[in-house]
Design a protein around this ligand. Structure first.
Ligand code: TXA
Ligand code: MG
Length: 320
């Protein structure tokens, strides 16, 4: 029997007994559990094989709940929340004393967001507790953007995937932390740097673990297919270099005409960056299934969501 279902009451019953449900959000599917249940949170880490030093994002139904989660809201955090919630933006703020250490990996800050998905919002409204939800994939692998992706990863290990259709945004939330009340981007994501700068002015990006010890999840290798992946500006040149291999191509807007390609995907014929972002992970999932020796991915223009897509593709190229 499939674990994929649209039964919201069933999801609520499972979450109420300290078990896990994979839930849809606008970014990616999350593996959700009650933030106050040690049993549920431990099984999130176990199921994902995620190291305990990597803290979780708390998902809440509305800003009214924020004071229960955090102890201080800088002015610019309030502006960002007003501008982007519900939506793909996570704020890392000083935590309230009631937030368990296992959620925050012992840190004095907590990551929080309101997802913009009708099913997730209704679920959160009907529960008596917020949900911790990391992306519903084994640690380091490609994030899921459909219920089927989650099912393929975890079908024997979780009771239910709540199906909310394919994720409209397709890349994780942008994460913003604060130093002396000034915002800093810890993870590029579905809210573009430009959109954020429109609200709070110029902002720096510290999304590499060497320079951002406060963003412990920003590992260099992440979001990675099993197949070796390279990121290039010139697909034809890369195909020539690897001509003896079984090649897969991930192109931005037009198919490569070169011979010797075993499988290829075009992300957006109209070069629409949001369309490309929403299809990115599914494309990587598909390419990974084609027994390729190498995936050649075309680098995006370095602005707007193109920056976030390049960030994910760059991490996909780092080998274990
Ligand atoms: O779009 C998303 O954010 C998705 C959906 C399901 O909401 N969730 C997601 O969660 O991407 P996850 O666990 O895959 O990524 C959470 C990131 C990690 O890189 C983690 O290190 C960072 O958030 N994080 C969590 N708490 C933090 C904290 N207190 N300080 C710094 N970084 C934190
Ligand atoms: Mg993740």
């Amino acid at each position: 029997m499939s674990i994929i279902s649209t039964d919201l009451s069933k999801a609520i019953a499972i979450l109420n007994k300290d078990a896990l449900v994979a839930i849809p959000t606008e970014t990616v599917y999350g593996l959700a559990g009650n933030i106050f249940s040690e049993k549920a949170i431990k099984s999130i880490f176990e199921t994902k094989q995620r190291p305990f030093f990597n803290p979780l994002i708390v998902h809440i139904p509305s800003v009214d709940v924020l004071p229960d989660i955090v102890s201080h809201i800088p002015e610019k955090a309030q502006l960002l929340a007003d501008a982007f919630w519900p939506g793909p933006l996570t704020l890392v703020l000083k935590k309230n004393s009631g937030i368990p250490d296992i959620i925050t990996a012992g840190k004095d800050t907590v990551a929080v967001r309101i997802p913009n998905h009708p099913v997730a919002l209704e679920l959160l409204q009907r529960l008596d507790f917020p949900l911790a939800a990391p992306s519903a994939n084994p640690f380091g692998s490609i994030s899921p953007t459909t219920a089927q992706h989650v099912n393929d990863y975890f079908k024997d290990k979780i009771e239910m995937v709540l199906d909310g259709g394919p994720c409209q945004r397709g890349i994780e939330s942008t994460i913003i932390g604060f130093e002396n009340d000034e915002p800093i981007i810890y993870r590029l994501g579905s809210t573009s740097v430009e959109a954020i700068e429109n609200i709070v002015g110029p902002i720096s990006v510290k999304n590499r673990k060497q320079i951002a010890p406060d963003a412990p999840g920003m590992l260099d290798r992440h979001y990675a297919p099993k197949t070796e992946t390279i990121l290039v500006d010139d697909i034809s040149e890369a195909i020539k270099k690897h001509k003896d291999k079984r090649i897969g191509v991930l192109a931005i807007n037009s198919p490569s005409e070169d011979d010797g390609i075993a499988f290829q995907i075009v992300l957006s014929e109209a070069t629409d960056l949001q369309e490309a972002a929403s299809k990115l992970y599914d494309a990587l999932h598909q390419l990974d299934k084609h027994d390729l020796d190498i995936i050649i991915a075309e680098r995006f223009p370095d602005f707007g969501l193109g920056k976030s897509i390049n960030d994910r593709l760059q991490r996909a190229t780092v080998r274990a």
